[in-house]
Design a protein around this ligand. Structure first.
Ligand SMILES: CC(C)=CCC/C(C)=C/CC/C(C)=C/C=C/C(C)=C/C=C/C=C(C)/C=C/C=C(C)/C=C/C=C(C)/C=C/CC(C)(C)O
Ligand SMILES: C[S@@+](CC[C@H](N)C(=O)[O-])C[C@H]1O[C@@H](n2cnc3c(N)ncnc32)[C@H](O)[C@@H]1O
Length: 387
């Protein structure tokens, strides 16, 4: 599999000349004044000015969103419009502060004015309510935001003790298998809460028809496995994760009434063999956390587990945000690129990069399977023919 042509890596001479001319004009205060004054170009000048204002003020917008989530404003409006006074009481804000927050949230489409001093959910507020886990992710971003307080230090690699590196306890741990529940609980809860908008996309695209059994490696608390169980009632299920996380998964799987169908294994996939018996192994938001050496070792362990006792027909499904994939969104790549930098490890890989690792691990015919929402997740699927 080859990566698609990168974005215009060597612009033509004409394009460079055009860019030079355009940028000299746009950077000229005289041109900006003339464009703002001339009636035909004034709307364009205003649009450009507003777009630049949104970039400059963007950090205020994300904090307005955080305030709405922390105050559970969207839940307060879930049953219909309410008055500013009622929202002030429900959120514990002084009325003037509530009015100010609502006005800011309305500019972002989070709420919508409807009648004098009354507000309803806006399109983004409604979509946020409908996407389980987004509120958790927005609250989680307080850590990411703190790590981005000095972006240049982060870019220069001068920040090592970051909030995200501490949050993802396994990331820097020499013995992740020994991590206690206290060290894994927060990230496990967050991953379980945000699995909803990943599992839908993965399971809509994953080739699971006709498969007998699925092992979800790094399966967390089992939220993905529970989603698989619901969509594929005939599949036998298994999960592998760190011992402390596996304990959490056992509880969730028991609570879902799936203990008879799903087996949970605790271990360290960097050291321990993966459980045998499954004909399909999934890695959902796993490989991008690790360097190539670890990924190669884990994929080799997966192939070993799929072909043990001479079995053939095994399949691996890698599901994570990817870079440079058809339909991938540069905004998603930028987000995850900075996220991994703050986390101190990991990176989004291209489909070709993942395919090279799958081939090196002995898998065959790695194939990109695009999802309905490439911004969040894409799949690469490969076969583990016989030994
Ligand atoms: C007029 C009307 C009513 C409708 C007509 C128009 C119409 C059809 C509108 C469509 C409405 C609709 C379907 C809206 C749907 C909105 C959706 C689905 C929004 C989903 C948003 C999802 C977001 C923003 C997800 C963000 C995910 C993030 C930030 C994930 C972060 C993941 C992390 C940090 C993972 C960390 C794990 C590690 C460490 C990297 O391994
Ligand atoms: C980013 S989370 C993804 C969880 C889940 N697959 C999801 O998408 O919600 C990464 C998972 O890998 C597990 N993990 C990390 N290092 C591991 C290791 N060495 N052995 C086993 N599991 C590990 C973590 O405990 C965590 O559950």
């Amino acid at each position: 599999m080859k990566d698609p042509t990168p974005q215009d890596p060597h612009p033509s001479a004409w394009r460079e000349r055009w860019l030079g001319l355009r940028n000299r004009l746009l950077a000229s205060p005289r041109f900006q004044r003339a464009a703002a004054a001339f009636p035909l170009t004034r709307p364009i000048a205003r649009r450009r000015s507003r777009a630049l204002f949104d970039l400059v003020a963007g950090f205020v917008y994300s904090q307005v969103l955080l305030a709405c989530v922390q105050l559970k404003l969207f839940e307060q409006l879930a049953d219909g419009p309410r008055s500013v006074a009622a929202i002030a009481v429900a959120t514990g804000l002084p009325e003037e502060a509530a009015r100010r927050l609502l006005a800011a949230a309305a500019t972002l489409g989070l709420v919508e004015p409807c009648g004098p001093a009354r507000f309803a959910l806006g399109v983004h507020g409604a979509a946020l309510l409908g996407n389980g886990g987004l509120a958790d992710m927005i609250e989680h971003h307080t850590l990411f935001y703190a790590d981005l307080a000095d972006p240049v230090a982060l870019l220069k690699g001068e920040r090592t003790d970051t909030a995200l590196a501490r949050f993802w306890a396994y990331a820097g741990s020499p013995a992740p298998g020994a991590l206690p529940d206290a060290a894994v609980a927060s990230y496990s809860r967050l991953m379980a809460a945000t699995q909803a908008f990943i599992a839908d996309e993965v399971l809509a695209a994953a080739p699971l028809a006709g498969r007998r059994s699925l092992l979800d490696v790094g399966g967390g608390e089992g939220a993905f496995l529970c989603a698989v169980a619901e969509r594929h009632p005939g599949l036998t299920l298994a999960l592998f994760d760190l011992p402390a996380v596996a304990e959490r998964a056992r509880a969730r799987i028991a609570a879902a009434g799936l203990s008879g169908r799903a087996t949970v294994h605790g271990g360290d996939f960097r050291r321990d063999p993966l459980p045998e018996g499954a004909d399909t192994i999934s890695f959902v938001r796993i490989l991008h956390d690790h360097d190539d050496e670890t990924v190669l070792a884990v994929l080799r362990a997966a192939r070993q587990a799929l072909t043990a006792s001479g079995r053939s027909g095994g399949r691996v499904i890698v599901a994570e945000p990817m870079s440079g994939a058809p339909g991938a969104e540069p905004a998603g790549e930028a987000y995850f690129g900075f996220y991994f930098m703050a986390m101190g490890r990991g990176r989004p890989r291209t489909p070709a990069g993942l395919s090279a690792l799958l081939n090196a691990a002995g898998f065959h015919r790695p194939t990109l399977v695009t999802t309905r929402n490439p911004l969040l997740v894409q799949l690469v699927v490969a076969d583990a023919r016989g030994p």
